[in-house]
Design a protein around this ligand. Structure first.
Ligand code: B12
Length: 126
């Protein structure tokens, strides 16, 4: 199957909530995306390393805690510092995350569920 794009996904550092992130990864995979799931409690540097290694065009950041939402911002900043920001679109999600938060931290998009994440990934890859 032709891949729709390559996604590096994970739950950000400090956060061990896995279920929603895994659902999103599975749905992306089922819809033709190549998915690299880094698991949970993922430090910003691990996202950077995997994007470099795979040449991914999308990064998905899950956060379920109000405290770890801030790490989504750190990953966006780390991508900028690493010179990779123009190569990848950043999607954020998780129950406390909103469209407004996505805009505030300079992410490219937000989706509230796994179906929405597939639509968003298609849009951002297009
Ligand atoms: C299950 C659960 C746990 C399980 C996690 C098991 C696992 N393996 O994942 C366990 C028991 C381990 C757990 C632990 C904790 N939890 Co908890 N947990 C939950 C609970 C009940 C459900 C989360 C869940 O799985 N939902 C189902 C999935 C399908 O939904 P979802 O995660 O929201 O994902 C969907 C969308 O958000 C979106 N999405 C998710 N990620 C992404 C990513 C992208 C890129 C996109 C586009 C979309 C997207 O799509 C998904 C699919 O539809 C929530 C309550 C809630 N209502 O959310 C609390 C909740 C998140 N937990 C909470 C807390 C406080 C904790 C603990 C700190 C408790 C403690 N004192 O130890 C610890 C966290 C420790 C840590 N460092 O992470 C709080 C957070 C409060 C806050 N505002 O920060 C909540 C809200 C409960 C509450 N009301 O107090 N938890």
């Amino acid at each position: 199957m032709k891949t729709s794009g390559t996604v590096v996904i994970g739950t950000v550092q400090g956060d061990i909530h896995e279920i929603g992130k895994s659902l999103v990864g599975t749905m992306l995979s089922a819809n033709g995306f190549s998915v690299y799931d880094l698991g949970v409690d993922v430090p910003p540097g691990d996202f950077i390393a995997k994007v470099r290694e795979t040449g991914a065009n999308l990064v998905g950041l899950s956060a379920l805690l109000t405290t770890t939402m801030e790490v989504q911002r750190e990953v966006v900043e780390a991508l900028e510092k690493a010179g990779l920001r123009s190569q990848v679109k950043v999607m954020v999600g998780g129950s406390p995350v909103t469209r407004g938060w996505a805009e505030e931290i300079g992410a490219d998009g937000y989706a509230e569920d796994a179906i929405g994440a597939v639509d968003l990934a298609r849009k951002l890859s297009g």
